[in-house]
Design a protein around this ligand. Structure first.
Ligand SMILES: [Zn+2]
Length: 219
């Protein structure tokens, strides 16, 4: 079903605001080396009933996003407006986080440390992060005396099947699917109840991954 923006006049201002924030975020993540070239993808929930998400279009350089590099998708990941750019190939993973974890925004990065640590700890299935002050930047954590186990999935090209796997983990492993997960030799998905919280989770997690990697003896 194709919709037009005229059917959702109230979301135009949300689209403009979210796109503006994601354009700035793309520049920053590129500067930090978290989304080099066209890697990574971002989304913000615009409406929940029915689900409508603003997502980055496929194959766009994150250092120079413009308003035309976004598209609005429904709960199936289909672009809802005619002539809209093709959504990111990983859009279904964003929808899964919105539906299963109540995410208001999802940010997917391809940093060096998430790529390295997701490989190094893949056999265990989790990366344990314990005792760091910066853990308190994650929602629901109030003391450094805690351990966060970040799930690590194997990389996959079939995103439909992969999103079903991730969806199942949100149900079966909710205690660990709280802020983020990693994909082997690929990157990390972080989310939050809104874009502000998702941004904070990316910054905290990227800091923690680098700290863990350096303490393990990485370069
Ligand atoms: Zn990716």
């Amino acid at each position: 079903m194709s919709l037009s923006l005229a059917q959702f006049p109230q979301i135009q201002s949300k689209i403009d605001e979210a796109a503006g924030e994601l354009i700035s975020l793309g520049k920053f993540y590129h500067q930090r080396g978290w989304c080099m070239g066209t890697s990574g993808n971002f989304s913000v929930v615009l409406e929940t009933e029915p689900l409508l998400m603003l997502v980055t279009a496929s194959g766009r350089d994150k250092s120079s996003l413009t308003r035309s590099d976004f598209t609005v998708v429904d709960q199936h990941g289909m672009a809802v407006m005619p002539d809209a750019p093709k959504p990111s190939a990983e859009t279904l993973l964003h929808i899964t986080a919105a539906q299963q974890a109540g995410a208001g925004a999802v940010l997917h990065t391809h940093s060096v440390w998430s790529t390295v640590l997701s490989q190094r700890h893949f056999d265990r299935g989790y990366l344990d992060i314990e005792g760091f002050e910066m853990l308190k930047g994650l929602s629901g954590i109030t003391t450094h005396e805690t351990k966060v186990s970040v799930p690590i999935f194997d990389n996959a090209q079939d995103i439909t099947e992969f999103s079903k796997l991730v969806s199942g983990r949100f149900k079966e492993d909710a205690g660990n699917m709280r802020h983020s997960y990693m994909i082997r030799k690929h990157g990390m998905h972080c989310w939050g109840k809104d874009l502000s919280e998702a941004k904070r989770h990316v910054e905290i997690m990227e800091f923690l991954l680098e700290a863990v990697g350096r303490l393990e003896g990485g370069q």
